[in-house]
Design a protein around this ligand. Structure first.
Ligand SMILES: C[S@@+](CC[C@H](N)C(=O)[O-])C[C@H]1O[C@@H](n2cnc3c(N)ncnc32)[C@H](O)[C@@H]1O
Ligand code: SF4
Ligand code: SF4
Length: 446
């Protein structure tokens, strides 16, 4: 088994053996080289990421295990506190160009990172369903065996059949009210009846097409103005046929609109009406990966030892006890304007306040994982002395935001990566202790 305490060189050479053995074990069960290589690479990458996180390295030979992608930066609503708020003096503080990610660029991004990752979270600060090719985006992500989830205001025209057939795993529906009057106080410009009609059509489409997915979650954020409608929303959610409703306490947005006040509901939590195992994978989904066989083969053949050597000959010092941020090791964010950011935070116009755009994605060879800002951020947190020496000549606006950030939001989006990979291995080929080790990875522990 892999030993996190080994030096880098030894660890990454044993990771090569581990990946090869894993491939052979899987192939005995599945006799499907492309699928087995893809799984072996994903599992090895998970351990590689966790190793770098454990030692708080500044440069990574691993690739992100989560891709956080905004298909569209734009949104038709104006919720307070959001980059799209109708409050001009707040909105203009954010650096948020309203662009849609070109499908070609999305494909290039997946071609580069999809093989290694386990999940594509297809939303951040825009309305993802505004992207005309959203369903195609999901379909492509599924071809790389990625768990796919998104969050939508659902207050727009949708094509329910396309969404269901895309293979989307998990769909959060942001509906903070049970009537137009209440709902629109947060979801400004939102049309409650459109949302309800869309829920009806997607539930009907799932039934007709005999699909369990997407798993539908009504997300209800509680404020003083909508807390009295929580019970009604729970009733409606059950009646409409969504899988569950989540009643949650939101972040305060009173800095944007003091009249919108957060409230805590005694019903806070989940009410599950239709439990379905979303960690499931069909044989059809598994077979759809064959078209990416050559990319998968290339990623499988490139040795981890060589990836490490490309970072330089010197072993990076280990700083296992230093504080750090897991986002810098497990995630990569791409927005609709092709900007690369480390996490789910939004950049501001005042670069000194939130300088978060660490690179731009310009194709396969863009230097992103180890961009200057990403490396400096990891270094600043793990090894402040080296960081101070290496940035002596940099102005404040050239320094990445991570060095002053104290937000460090939870990295998990409500699902368990190890359980997901286990589900993809539907014939239980990988030994249970490997899944147990994945569950234990500090990098992604929920
Ligand atoms: C910025 S939105 C983008 C996706 C989509 N437009 C939507 O609203 O679902 C991402 C998530 O943030 C959530 N959100 C909005 N305001 C929030 C708040 N004040 N506290 C916590 N989450 C919030 C939304 O409900 C949504 O699930
Ligand atoms: S619907 Fe989502 S993206 Fe749009 S304004 Fe509201 S929170 Fe922001
Ligand atoms: S330190 Fe803050 S800004 Fe940097 S990746 Fe973590 S959460 Fe994001």
């Amino acid at each position: 088994m892999l030993n996190k305490h080994e030096n880098q060189n030894d660890y990454f050479h044993s990771l090569d053996d581990f990946q090869k053995n894993l491939f052979e074990t899987l192939n005995e069960t599945y006799s499907d080289e492309t699928f087995c290589k893809l799984m072996a690479v994903k599992v090895a990458n998970f351990f590689a990421s966790d190793y770098h996180f454990h030692h708080r390295h500044a440069k990574l030979s691993s690739n992100p295990i989560q891709l956080l992608i905004d298909p569209s930066n734009g949104c038709q609503l104006q919720c307070p506190g959001c980059v799209h708020t109708g409050n001009k003096s707040v909105a203009e503080k954010f650096d948020w160009p309203n662009r849609s990610l070109p499908f070609k660029q999305y494909n290039e991004f997946l071609a580069r990172y999809g093989v290694f990752a386990s999940a594509a979270i297809l939303y951040n600060y825009g309305e993802p369903l505004l992207h005309k090719r959203f369903s195609d985006m999901v379909r492509t992500a599924k071809e790389y065996l990625l768990f796919t989830m998104t969050s939508s205001n659902f207050s727009l025209k949708i094509n329910a059949d396309e969404l269901v057939l895309s293979g989307l795993d998990y769909l959060l529906l942001s509906i903070d009210g049970a009537s137009q009057e209440t709902y629109q106080q947060y979801r400004r410009q939102g049309q409650f009846q459109t949302v309800i009609d869309n829920i009806k059509s997607i539930v009907e489409a799932k039934k007709r097409l005999k699909k369990d997915k997407p798993y539908l979650v009504w997300s209800y954020l509680t404020f003083e103005h909508n807390i009295d409608e929580v019970d009604k929303a729970i009733e409606m959610a059950e009646y409409l046929g969504v899988n569950e409703i989540q009643i949650s306490t939101p972040f305060s947005v009173s800095w944007d609109d003091p009249s919108v006040k957060v409230a805590i509901s005694p019903k806070q939590g989940r009410v599950v009406f239709k439990p379905v195992n979303i960690n499931s994978y069909t044989e059809d989904e598994r077979q759809a990966i064959s078209q990416w066989a050559s990319q998968i083969d290339t990623a499988y053949k490139a040795s981890w030892g060589e990836r490490l050597m490309k970072l330089g000959d010197k072993e990076e010092p280990s700083h296992t006890t230093a504080s750090s941020c897991r986002w810098l090791y497990h995630n990569l964010t791409l927005d609709g304007a092709s900007r690369i950011m480390p996490c789910c935070a939004a950049p501001t116009m005042d670069k000194k306040a939130r300088n978060l755009v660490y690179a731009h994605f310009e194709g396969h060879n863009s230097n992103i994982i180890n961009s200057a800002s990403a490396v400096l951020s990891r270094q600043a947190l793990a090894d402040p002395e080296t960081f101070t020496a290496s940035t002596a000549n940099r102005g404040a606006t050239e320094l990445p935001y991570c060095i002053t950030c104290n937000e460090q939001p939870s990295p998990a989006y409500g699902f368990n990566q190890a359980a997901y990979l286990h589900a993809v291995d539907s014939r239980n080929s990988i030994p249970a202790e490997i899944y147990a080790d994945l569950e234990q990875c500090a990098l992604y522990k929920i």
